[in-house]
Design a protein around this ligand. Sequence first.
Ligand SMILES: Cc1ncc(COP(=O)(O)O)c(C=O)c1O
Length: 320
Amino acid sequence: MTRTKATEDPARLPLVGDRHVDPHSYPDGIAFLDGQYLPMSQAKVSVLDWGFLHSDATYDTVHVWDGRFFRLDLHLDRFFGGLEKLRMTIPFDREGVAEILHNCVALSGHRAAYVEMLCTRGASPTFSRDPRQAINRFMAFAVQFGSVANAEQLRRGLHVAISDKVRIPPASIDPAIKNYHWLDLVRGLYDAYDRDAETALILDFNGNVAEGPGFNVFCVKDGRLSTPAIGVLPGITRRTVFDLCGEEGLTAEAADISVAALKAADEVFITSTAGGIMPVTRIDGAAIADGKVGPVTSRLMALYWRKHDHPAWSSPVKYP
Ligand SMILES: Cc1ncc(COP(=O)(O)O)c(C=O)c1O
């Protein structure tokens, strides 16, 4: 009997969205692992790594736009802060990590890239249950830039559902340690899909709005901006919105935001390194204000992208 390998007959490959894809294919990009630069398909970790077994890891993601890193220093600060809090050590200092990130992007050739640095607890050579025996592992990679919102969603605004799932509280995990504890966020995402929305927001432990899978949220009411204060990752894009508001003379504060207040806002947007500032125009099936992308959101979106070639906010990738 002759058997065709699944990969030779495209129709037999798993259907992802509307395409049949090879489950073992990887995005085009370059990873750094164990002192080597590798194609993404060859960058593999042990199943015994605590990063995989226990989500014992921290990471950061910075983007490259038009050949320039955006606010790399802030991402490095957050990453090294997470390492210290988790008592992880890596054999590189800030300059060393920055150089690896530059190399990953340069070798990938991407001019718009999603660039991740990460450290896992690692594995213990003796399968010890003591995390101090594990050998921490630093990795990094650069793939093509990806956004939470696609072009159409950026134009007309995202449709969001508010899930009743509760974000892991800060007393359990300090959200300033950027982490892979995403089961709450992923379950929220499925709640959103079940309700025909495109993405989700989940709640903090008091029932106020917290954040979504990979983004913070802002609302605008009577010209004033606010974003949830507690139980959320202090996002670099969130921080950038505060900085832009400072420059523009807009008032922005971190405060509790109830679900009702979010739905009654004049404008809502989300923020992430994966996409920047992205408008939200429907929540739980109802329009926010007139259902159009608002003027404050549009202004901040334009300013945000304009800063990407400003030397105080961005730095060129060292391509060969
Ligand atoms: C849970 C969570 N909140 C917020 C954000 C946004 O953070 P930043 O603006 O630094 O990308 C992210 C980014 O990955 C995230 O994972």
